[in-house]
Design a protein around this ligand. Structure first.
Ligand SMILES: [Cu+2]
Length: 156
């Protein structure tokens, strides 16, 4: 019961300051998330679409977003508002990984794959687009939907 109360309290405090995630808060969320319960979501980048073009995530849950370019051209996964609303752990490829606090876009070469490890912090509907000239006009756009799930957030 106390545990539940504390997690609820944390949730309220957490989301009341979530308008402005600072570096320290983000790294604490990344550190405290239960990465053994990671959920994988794979998106294929092709000419000229994201498959699927709707991605659903829930706040407080650790995810691995796999971006796979199954096309013949390079493509961008550009979603600045979404990337501002997550706690980013790292971006990983076969060749190494990048640790950063904040992303705007990820470029994936044909036949390659990149993995984004993160925890969504904020609910919302976010636009996804491939910013290479002509691609969005041909349909390379998508939606990222993040739902609030106070009960599912990890207990602290
Ligand atoms: Cu593209």
């Amino acid at each position: 019961m106390i545990r539940y109360f504390l997690s609820t309290l944390f949730f309220i405090v957490f989301f009341s300051c979530s308008q402005n995630f600072n570096e320290k808060m983000v790294s604490q969320i990344v550190r405290d998330a239960d990465w053994t319960k990671i959920q994988t979501f794979t998106v294929s980048l092709e000419e000229y679409k994201f498959v699927p073009d709707k991605m659903n995530f829930k706040t407080g849950i650790p995810y691995k977003l796999v971006l796979k370019n199954n096309g013949k051209e390079k493509h961008y996964y550009t979603a600045p508002d979404f990337f501002k609303s997550i706690a980013l752990r790292k971006v990983q490829t076969n060749d190494g990984e990048v640790k950063a606090n904040y992303l705007t876009a990820i470029e994936v070469y044909p036949g390659k794959e990149m993995e984004i490890y993160f925890v969504p912090l904020k609910a919302g509907n976010f636009e996804l687009i491939c910013t290479i000239e002509g691609h969005s006009e041909k349909g390379m756009v998508g939606k990222i939907i993040v739902e609030n799930t106070s009960l599912k957030i990890r207990r602290y």
